[in-house]
Structures are given as structure tokens and as C-alpha cells.
Design a protein around this ligand. Structure first.
Ligand code: ATP
Length: 301
């Protein structure tokens, strides 16, 4: 049985339709990404999963519970990391964790959690004295303090510098290694690609695709984009006849070729036979960015 099952979810705010027919399931033990631009309806969707909002239509089931009806029960097994955690400034890290641990039937051991999240050295530091990355770790710790089976992390790394972001990704993997199912809301491609087993791409309140990162990338026609400056004129038409090559066109002094995994080999062999040197050679793999553009018709950021 899936851990989370969302079927035909609809949610409106007055005249504004925020979520329009969203369906997905999350399986036990996976990191499931919800990826989409600002305003796509990601937060509204997970707020319905968390029981914080009532859907206008559709059904939501989390661990077999109805998030609205069984909200108290669900609190014990669903950890929530809020977009902006506001905590009392004058509490120390260990005090914050102890305070929240007292709200749960089977709390995690705060000392162990601080160890897992790299907060042991900060245990006696006031919350307000922590760096942004450390405050983020506390908010993850609070999402985990009730020993949840599922945790929802919403815009986890927004506002963090690249190093803190990478450190946080390692933490998410550590959380999953503990057996916790993770729902990760993000508008960062790289984050989704690096962490998620499967991703629901949401745009304008609708799911446009659900797949593994590789599966989403595979939906984009050309897997590779090869760009080079030939040392002698080459007719793009000759390249399009090569195995694996999809398109070839001139771009100023350069040639740009797209194709599958065999295209690079075919193009370089062709050039060697023709005694042409490929200057400025660059090969880009199709990325989740390309998949997103192909799926939604626009870039994410
Ligand atoms: N309380 C509200 N009242 C009215 N409109 C809202 C409310 N909350 C969200 N919206 C609107 O609903 C749409 C979806 O918002 P939502 O926050 O779910 O999107 P999101 O994908 O999470 O975006 P973000 O990353 O910016 O939070 C947006 O157009 C937003 O402006």
C-alpha cells in the first residue's frame, strides 16, 4: 500500500485555482520530489497532505489516515518542516528539541538527532545565534523529533549557500537511510535530480509528469548536444545521416549536433575520416532542465 495517495486533488482560493486535479502516490522508503516553479501549487498540495488545508475536491490518504479527519493521529507519524520556522530566539538548540519531543508519544532521542544532523556542537547555542544552515538543520530535526514514518520537507535549501545546500542534501539521504519516507518540495532542478527517486513535475496546478529523474530526462529527444568549430567546412546534412544523430545545424562558426549516446562516436569518426579537427568541442548531456522545458514549454527559473 502506498504511504501517500493523492487522487484528483482540487483546491481554490476564492477565484484562484491553486491545485487542479493533482494525483500521485508515494511509496514507502522513497524520496519523492514535487518540482515546479513558484506558484505552481506545490505548497498547497502538501498542505492538504499534512491536513493543514481542506481540499475542495479529491481524496488524500496518508498512512491510511484522512489528514483532515485524523489530523491528531497523523501528527504522530508525519513530520513537517515548515517553509519558515519561527522559533523562540532565547531557547538553546537542545532545549528546542526537548520542548518539541515532549509533544510526541514516541519521540526520537534528541542527542542522537543532533548527532545525525551535525548539531551536537551547537547543543547549547541560542537558536538566534545559529547560521542559516544550522537553523535549517534544527527545522529538519524538529520534523524528525516525533520519529515519523514520513517527513515533508518544503523548500528545504532556499536561502542557503551552495555548500550548506550540499550538506543539507547529505542529511536528507541520511534521513532516508533511517527508513523515513521523504516528500521533498523544491523548485531547484539540481536538488530534485540529485536526491529524488521519483519526481512529480507540477505546473499551474497540474501534474505534467511523474517519473524518475532519468526517466524524465529520457523523455527529451536528444540525449546529447555536441558543439564544435570545424577546422574545415562540413555540411550539416552529412552529419544528420550518421547513426544516432538527430539534428545538425550551423551556428556561426560552430556546428551543433544533437543525438543519442552513439552520436559523439559517429561524429568524431566522421570528422577523423574527413581530416577535420573539432575545435572548442563541448558535449552536454540533456538534463532535467531540458526535460522541464520540454514538458512545460518554459524554463523553471
Ligand atoms: N492563502 C492563499 N490565498 C490566495 N491565494 C493563494 C493562497 N496561497 C497560495 N495562493 C495562490 O495559489 C497558487 C499556488 O500557490 P502555492 O503556494 O501552492 O504554490 P507553490 O508552488 O508552493 O509556490 P511557492 O514555491 O511560491 O510557495 C499561487 O498562485 C498562489 O498565489
Amino acid at each position: 500500500m502506498p504511504v501517500i495517495e493523492v487522487r484528483n486533488l482540487h483546491k481554490r482560493y476564492r477565484r484562484k485555482t491553486a491545485v487542479e486535479d493533482v494525483s500521485f502516490t508515494v511509496e514507502q522508503g522513497e524520496i519523492f520530489g514535487i518540482l515546479g516553479p513558484n506558484g505552481a501549487g506545490k505548497t498547497t498540495t502538501v498542505e492538504c497532505v499534512e491536513g493543514l488545508r481542506s481540499p475542495d475536491g479529491g481524496t488524500v490518504s496518508v498512512l491510511g489516515l484522512d489528514p483532515r479527519r485524523d489530523v491528531r493521529e497523523l501528527r504522530q507519524s508525519l513530520g513537517v518542516q515548515l517553509q519558515e520556522s519561527r522559533l523562540p530566539d532565547r531557547l538553546r538548540v537542545a532545549e528546542v528539541l526537548d520542548l518539541f519531543a515532549a509533544m510526541y508519544r514516541t519521540p526520537a532521542d534528541p542527542a542522537r538527532l543532533m548527532g545525525l544532523l551535525g548539531l551536537t556542537e551547537q547543543r547549547n547555542t541560542f537558536y538566534r545565534k545559529l547560521s542559516g544552515g544550522q537553523q535549517q538543520r534544527v527545522s529538519i530535526a524538529l520534523a524528525l523529533i516525533g520519529s515519523p514514518e514520513v517527513v515533508v520537507l518544503d523548500e528545504l535549501t532556499t536561502g542557503l549557500d551552495p555548500q550548506a545546500r550540499r550538506d543539507t542534501w547529505d542529511l536528507v539521504e541520511a534521513v532516508r537511510a533511517e527508513g523515513v519516507t521523504v516528500v521533498l518540495v523544491t523548485h531547484f532542478m539540481e536538488e530534485a535530480e540529485r536526491l529524488c527517486d521519483r519526481i512529480a513535475v507540477i505546473d499551474a496546478g497540474r501534474v505534467v509528469a511523474i517519473d524518475t529523474p532519468a526517466g524524465l530526462v529520457g523523455r527529451v529527444g536528444g540525449e546529447q548536444r555536441i558543439r564544435f568549430r570545424p577546422s574545415a567546412p562540413v555540411d550539416p546534412g552529412e552529419l544528420t545521416g550518421l547513426p544516432g544523430v538527430l539534428t545538425a545545424e550551423r551556428n556561426g562558426a560552430h556546428l551543433v549536433v544533437t543525438g543519442g549516446s552513439g552520436a559523439l562516436q559517429a561524429v568524431t569518426s566522421f570528422l577523423a575520416r574527413a581530416d577535420v579537427v573539432a575545435g572548442d568541442l563541448r558535449v552536454d548531456q540533456a538534463s532535467l532542465d531540458d526535460a522541464f522545458v520540454a514538458l512545460t514549454g518554459r524554463k523553471l527559473d
